[in-house]
Design a protein around this ligand. Structure first.
Ligand SMILES: [Zn+2]
Length: 305
């Protein structure tokens, strides 16, 4: 079975977020048994349980490695080693790439990314830290719809084109073509199909078709409503304006995927303002009753709900 583990399930900022005292962040600080704190989004996959691939590289990656032994170097290997065989980037957002800088320390890395994501990172002086040694960084170019093998893991990945754009601080590089700045991943291993789409700006017919072919889907669960963020913190944008379909409403993710023939549906990339994180909330209950799992740090594909 494909081994897939979530080491962080929160959107950018985590739960709680350092400068936020919303109801959920407050509960996560004062009553962590009720609202479990969550690190920023980080997934890992493996075919054999020994060689691992990171799905993006989160700002919390150092602590995620130190609290998960499967990602730690072994005394039986050379003194400087890592079970991390590669990193697949689904975008160039800081929350998706900043962990790469935490993996420097002269470690050769293999990074799978679209040309646009690669160009964006290579234009940033900080990321030149990863070119300190010859061949420190090996880029493998990936393209929407073109299946590639994750090294020799047996896992085949197909990038799913998404409509997202580059983050605002990199807009000058943007091509505004779907599938270049933002992708999802369809992963296949021994007949098991899993879609990993932590950032979903629009649920298209094509995306629905991919989801309906899967055994498990991990889907953007950032916001319950379009106005959730702006109602919590004035002056902040609507969910859809920053590339996230909200969960609720007739045009929300839960309704749009209600008839989907897919055994496991899991929300990940959950923002700290999202009331589904509180098990006492009606939004949490409605999500569970609609057949969704609410992702948590430590969630694993191998464990049934
Ligand atoms: Zn908050």
């Amino acid at each position: 079975m494909l081994q897939l583990k979530m080491l962080g399930t929160a959107a950018g900022g985590g739960v709680p977020q350092w400068n936020c005292a919303c109801a959920i962040c407050d509960l996560a600080r004062k009553h962590p048994q009720r609202v479990a704190p969550r690190l920023q989004l980080q997934g890992i996959v493996s075919g054999d349980g020994e060689n691992w691939f990171l799905l993006n590289a989160s700002p919390d990656l150092r602590s995620q490695i130190e609290s998960n032994p499967e990602l730690q170097p072994s005394r039986t290997q050379s003194r400087r080693s890592t079970p991390v065989r590669g990193i697949v980037l689904t975008g160039a957002d800081l929350d998706q790439v900043i962990g790469l800088l935490l993996l420097r320390e002269f470690q050769p890395l293999t990074v799978y990314a679209t040309p646009l994501v690669r160009d964006t990172l290579e234009a940033d002086s900080f990321f030149r830290m990863l070119h300190r040694l010859p061949n420190q960084l090996t880029w493998i170019e990936i393209s929407a719809g073109e299946t590639f093998a994750l090294c020799d893991s047996g896992i085949n990945c197909t990038p799913i084109p998404l409509a997202g754009s580059l983050p605002f601080y990199a807009r000058e590089f943007d091509s505004h073509l779907p599938g270049q700045a933002s992708i999802g991943l369809l992963m296949e291993f021994e007949g098991c199909r899993v879609a990993y789409t932590p950032s979903v700006p629009e649920i298209t017919d094509d995306l629905r078709a991919v989801y309906s072919s899967c055994d498990t889907i991990l889907v953007d669960g950032a916001f319950w409503s379009d106005t959730e963020l702006s109602e919590t913190h004035s002056g902040t944008p609507l969910a859809r304006a920053i590339g996230h379909v909200p969960l609720s409403g007739d045009d929300g993710t839960i309704a749009l995927l209600a008839g989907l023939d897919c055994p496991r549906k899991v929300f990940v990339h959950i923002n700290n303002t999202n009331p589904i994180l509180d098990p006492h909330s009606m939004e949490h209950r409605a999500t569970i009753e609609a057949g969704w799992e609410i992702g948590y740090d430590g969630w694993q594909l191998a464990q049934q709900p």
